[in-house]
Design a protein around this ligand. Structure first.
Ligand SMILES: Nc1ncnc2c1ncn2[C@@H]1O[C@H](COP(=O)(O)OP(=O)(O)OP(=O)(O)O)[C@@H](O)[C@H]1O
Ligand SMILES: O=P(O)(O)OC[C@H]1O[C@H](OP(=O)(O)OP(=O)(O)O)[C@H](O)[C@@H]1O
Ligand SMILES: [Mg+2]
Length: 290
């Protein structure tokens, strides 16, 4: 059985939604950090801060967990990155750890940061290394949040995460450099991933989770097509491999099925209709396992 650490906070809602859609529903009540997933492959489940999850995975307290690449790197944890998840707090997943100063600062690059500047961040390890590599001595102050509030009054420079850019903008800051592009990851304990039995269980769970993600932007289209229009309709159809074509009983018609991107449907359905397709159905897909 495998033990799983799930993130509290920014990644919580989307992670719980993903597990639910993967038929691995996390059953919990409000404020419960020890929920259950009723699945014979899964043992202990805990909800923890993403900052700590990589360390506990490395220590073997959990076999797999979900966190951000930023905290895998900041904690220096030796874990296996087994899959990338395409969601963040609000968007598609990509967030950046950037260096910012007040917009009125007459500098536009990190090399212009003055020696002994006051730098605040929730990422002290990667920030220290970044400035050491640049050869600029800094005074580092650990931040426990609201980092952008401190520049320029209390601090000269902030190193923080940005997703939409709203917080930087609203606090009059500008980006002058970047340390890392981060995203949400599924990580595994190294020994667990090398153990054949655990490896199989981990891979089965990841197949379910990634199957949901793969299906999210896709739908199944099905339609009936008179033989005379078959080639015209097939030639306009995208597909995972090739469309499925089968005969209808007793009439000179074919039935067609294919998977398409949801964002193509608005142009595709009218095109299919004008090429001769009839009875077009758009059907939601909940998982695609390739
Ligand atoms: N918009 C976002 N803001 C913050 N963290 C995000 C965002 N999108 C994704 N993440 C990821 O979530 C993790 C941080 O989660 P956490 O729950 O600590 O967020 P937080 O918003 O900083 O929490 P808190 O509000 O308690 O400060 C990091 O790995 C980070 O990369
Ligand atoms: O680019 P944006 O979409 O504005 O998101 C980035 C902001 O979100 C996080 O703050 P959080 O909500 O964690 O508050 P905190 O500073 O108190 O930790 C992060 O530290 C930034 O301040
Ligand atoms: Mg925060």
């Amino acid at each position: 059985m495998i033990n799983i650490a799930l993130p509290k906070g920014s990644l919580e809602e989307q992670t719980l939604q993903l597990f639910k859609e993967a038929d691995l529903e996390v059953r919990r009540t409000d404020r419960d950090y020890n929920p259950q997933i009723r699945d014979e492959r899964i043992g202990k489940v805990k909800i923890l801060r993403p900052q700590e999850i990589p360390t506990y995975i490395e220590m073997g307290y959990f076999d797999i967990g979900i966190s951000g690449l930023d905290w895998v790197q900041e904690s220096g944890s030796d874990v296996v990155e087994v899959a990338e998840l395409n969601y963040s707090k609000t968007g598609k997943g990509n967030v950046k750890i950037v260096i910012a100063v007040h917009q009125d600062e007459p500098i536009s690059s990190v090399t212009e940061i003055r020696p002994d500047s006051r730098v605040t961040t929730e990422y002290p390890v990667m920030t220290r290394k970044f400035f050491d590599d640049l050869g600029i001595p800094i005074r580092l102050f650990a931040s426990y949040g609201a980092s952008e509030a401190k520049v320029p009054d209390l601090m000269d420079v902030v190193v923080d995460l940005t997703e939409t850019g709203n917080t930087l903008r609203k606090n009059g800051l500008k980006i002058i450099g970047q340390i890392l592009e981060s995203y949400t990851v599924i990580i595994a304990n190294k020994q667990s991933f090398e153990d054949p039995v655990k490896r199989r269980e981990i891979e089965e769970i990841i197949t379910l989770l990634m199957g949901v993600i793969d299906a999210r932007n896709k739908v199944l289209l099905s339609m009936n097509v008179p033989s005379a229009a078959l080639e015209a309709v097939v030639s306009t159809l995208p597909a995972l491999k090739k469309p499925t074509v089968s005969r209808l009983h007793g009439i000179d018609y074919f039935s067609l099925e294919t998977v398409v991107f949801k964002n193509q449907v608005n142009t595709l359905i009218p095109q299919l209709k004008s090429s001769g397709a009839e009875d077009i159905l758009e059907i939601p897909i909940t998982k695609i396992v390739r």
